[in-house]
Design a protein around this ligand. Structure first.
Ligand code: UDP
Ligand code: MG
Length: 328
């Protein structure tokens, strides 16, 4: 590449020669895009003017199969500023996470910052992200310090969900969505995760590397409507759990264990009634004992099978087992 490798001692990072690109997934964002593009272009021009990043840096809008005129708008801003604005058009609507990944895998640059098209995330913390990157961080999370702009429903479901993920052993950054900076090194590491159920918020923390956060207040969408109706929110939420945790399977095994124990007790009790007392109704024990026994056995077996399916599931992901950060 001919440029200083990020993190190499003696070579300044962000000395004006480092390319930093923005990745902006857009789905039916026609009403917000012109304003978003204006603001982002102004910000990039300013950063380049300050010598913080290379003048090769730019903005990549990813059109995620929009059904409105989003792509035309992107082409329009690109025509006005071909030096700064680029567009990538996906063949169909692939979903927010896939659109993001398409950008992260295909946009060049020493570092990328992903940000939503609706500018709910404060672009004024981007300079701070770049500062942290210059200090040697590979991943910089944008974390909202308040959720005042979200609806009551979204605020509470999101908080509860993050807490549930934590309990299930999934490592995520609280109140961070997909506004983050990643260095080329971290992006290369991400490429080694070939899985199809992607939930970047939980995947990126798995990478490791030097990580930090910057904080901002999340603003309301200034135009257009949320592209995350309840159905999509639930499906993203389920992806987050089922792609990262085997605990639901394990819970079945525990339930099976407890049920088996219970049924053995019931069976023993039924035998006691029949054999040692005269309270037994003929035919009663021969029904109750097998039902209790077989029920417990089934759940316990499901749990065992679940354990194996969990193992298979983790194996077929072919996730990399390690990532070397540095070799001296
Ligand atoms: N988005 C996308 N593909 C989709 C849905 C959403 O690329 O299928 C983009 C959308 O254009 C926006 C970002 O993902 O830039 C986040 O979506 P949105 O703002 O609607 O979500 P919310 O902020 O309401 O969670
Ligand atoms: Mg939004």
């Amino acid at each position: 590449m001919g440029r200083g490798l990020h993190g190499t001692p003696g070579l300044a990072v962000g000395d004006g020669t480092m390319i930093l690109n923005l990745v902006v997934p857009c789905y039916n964002e026609e009403p917000v895009l012109p304003e978003t593009a204006t603001r982002l272009v102004a910000l990039m021009d300013r950063l380049i003017g300050d010598g913080a990043i290379s003048d090769q840096s730019g903005i990549y809008f990813i059109d995620d199969g929009s059904r409105d005129r989003t792509w035309d708008v992107i082409l329009g801003v690109r025509a006005a500023r071909p030096d700064r604005v680029h567009g990538i058009k996906l063949a169909r609507n692939c979903g927010h996470q896939a659109a993001l990944l398409a950008g992260l895998r295909n946009v060049p640059g020493e570092a990328l910052i992903s940000i939503d098209a609706d500018l709910q995330d404060d672009i004024e913390v981007i300079p701070a992200m770049i500062e942290e990157w210059k200090l040697g961080h590979d991943i910089v999370y944008g974390v909202r310090s308040g959720r005042k702009a979200d609806t009551f429903f979204k605020r509470h479901t999101a908080r509860g969900y993050y807490r549930l993920l934590g309990m299930l052993g999934v490592n995520i950054v609280l109140d961070h969505a997909d506004f983050r900076l990643m260095s080329r090194r971290a992006l290369t590491a991400l490429e080694r995760y070939p899985e199809v159920n992607i939930f970047l918020r939980a995947l990126v923390p798995l990478l490791g590397f030097k990580t930090t956060s910057v904080y901002y207040d999340r603003a309301p969408r200034f135009a257009g409507v949320s592209k995350y109706p309840l159905g999509r929110m639930i499906s993203l939420a389920l992806d987050g759990i089922t792609s990262f945790s085997m605990r639901p399977l394990r819970l079945i095994a525990y339930a099976g264990g407890i049920m088996s124990l219970f049924s053995f007790l019931i069976g023993a009790w039924a035998l006691y009634i029949v054999l040692l007392t005269n309270r037994g109704v003929p035919g009663w024990a021969s029904i109750v004992v097998p039902i209790a026994f077989v029920g417990g056995l089934q759940l316990a077996s499901l749990g065992v099978i679940g354990e194996y399916i969990g193992k298979i599931y983790m194996e077929v992901k072919r996730r990399p087992l390690f990532e070397i950060e540095e070799i001296n």
